[in-house]
Design a protein around this ligand. Structure first.
Ligand code: NAI
Ligand code: MG
Length: 353
């Protein structure tokens, strides 16, 4: 029996509604597998926890999480009671940074039964590998001469190690997919870091003779996400470029409620964290209509991470069958509830497996 210990943090708002649906789906997957078991430990760390304890998680929170096989998180944030920078930095960003989750991966694909914002969405199926620890999001820099003569300097930091790590991850991922990697560059305008980025890309690609590659400047690449997303398989991008691209990825899929993400620790020292792209959606919390697909697809990424790609694919197919049948929450044009969508996915899984 393969037993996986999962730290579950539902967090705030709709996180508390979609996480139980996703763990139920995971249990169905485990049942079908027969030799797999998920053991959940749930932690109430959230803005409610903050109101009671004055912090988002206990001081030894990271020590507690360290020993789990993975972290499965819903969403954090309740700006009515705790400022967003306090809640996000007190939990989510702390985990990403301290646990060296140096890669953020976000897939986007055309979903049957979903209305894409593209007029002619064709079939696209891509995944963005975003460098998650350095690049443009660095703390190096500062501001001087406050007032009229003020100067602000923000330095981007690209290390060979961090750049190469993201690129190798992308190439390895492409091996399991359609064998194509696109690099997001801007070496025509950014004259130090981006030519460096290109050099490292060319070096790494030398080790992967079977993988096809392309390199586009980020502005053109962003436009291609809209005009012909079907040309992409794996895209590797710096922290900022990846952030922007993945929002476009979510947009062309049709709803932020279905977009999944994973923060991957590559050195094996700490667990990886799986969380959907969306936030706590206070505007719909409590109505039972939050779309659970983002969270369930995130669970699929966790299955992949644990080497259960075959079951992961079956889960993704089951989600798509359910949306195609019209069992959808209101954000994607349906009338079903969060739980109804979850139950439909479980039933569909049992039918096909
Ligand atoms: P949001 O993603 O929570 O909501 C944006 C819009 O999308 C809302 O209209 C919401 O109803 C809708 N939406 C989001 N997820 C949905 C789902 N699963 N089903 C149906 N509709 C969905 O972003 P917003 O409103 O900017 O932020 C709300 C709170 O969430 C803030 O405190 C913010 O800081 C936090 N947040 C947390 C994130 C995280 O935990 N990773 C990511 C983004 C925001
Ligand atoms: Mg973003």
């Amino acid at each position: 029996m393969k037993k996986l210990e999962i730290a579950v943090i539902p967090g705030d708002g709709i996180g508390k509604e979609v996480v139980p649906v996703a763990t139920k789906v995971l249990d169905t997957v485990a049942e079908i597998h027969g030799g797999l078991k998920f053991e959940y430990n749930e932690f109430p760390w959230s803005c409610d926890y903050y109101l009671e304890h004055g912090k988002m998680m206990p001081d030894n929170g990271l020590d507690i999480l360290k020993n789990f096989d993975a972290i499965f998180l819903g969403a954090i944030g309740n700006p009515q009671v705790v400022a967003d920078h306090v809640s996000l930095w007190g939990l989510l960003i702390k985990i990403r940074r301290e646990f060296e989750q140096s890669i953020n991966i976000r897939p986007a694909k055309f979903f049957k039964g979903l209305k894409s914002s593209l007029v002619n969405p064709n079939d696209f199926d891509l995944i963005v590998v975003r460098e998650n620890s350095e690049g443009e999001y660095s703390e190096v820099g500062g501001r001087i001469h406050r007032g009229e003569d003020e100067v602000a300097i923000q330095n981007a930091v690209f290390t060979k190690k961090g750049t190469e790590r993201a690129m190798r991850y992308a190439f390895e991922l492409a091996k399991q997919r359609r064998g194509h990697v696109t690099s997001a560059t801007k070496s025509n305008g950014i004259v130090h870091s981006m030519p460096f980025w290109d050099e490292v890309f060319n070096e790494v690609k030398g080790d992967y003779a079977d993988i096809q590659t392309a390199s586009y400047h980020i502005d053109a690449l962003a436009a291609f996400f809209v005009t012909r997303p079907q040309i992409f398989d794996v895209i590797v991008a710096s922290n900022l470029f990846g952030d922007i691209l993945t929002d476009i990825g979510g947009a062309i899929m049709g709803s932020i409620g279905i977009a999944p993400a994973a923060n991957i620790n590559l050195n094996g020292k700490y667990p990886s964290m799986f969380e959907p792209v969306h936030g706590s959606a206070p505007d719909i919390y409590g109505k039972g209509i939050a779309n659970p697909i983002g969270q369930v697809w995130t669970a699929k990424m966790m299955l992949d991470h644990f080497g259960e790609q075959e079951l992961g694919q079956k889960l993704l197919d089951a989600i798509e069958d359910v949306t195609n049948e019209g069992i959808k929450t209101p954000d994607i044009g349906g009338t079903s509830s969060t739980n109804e969508v979850g139950e439909a996915i479980c039933s569909r899984l049992k039918e096909v497996c």
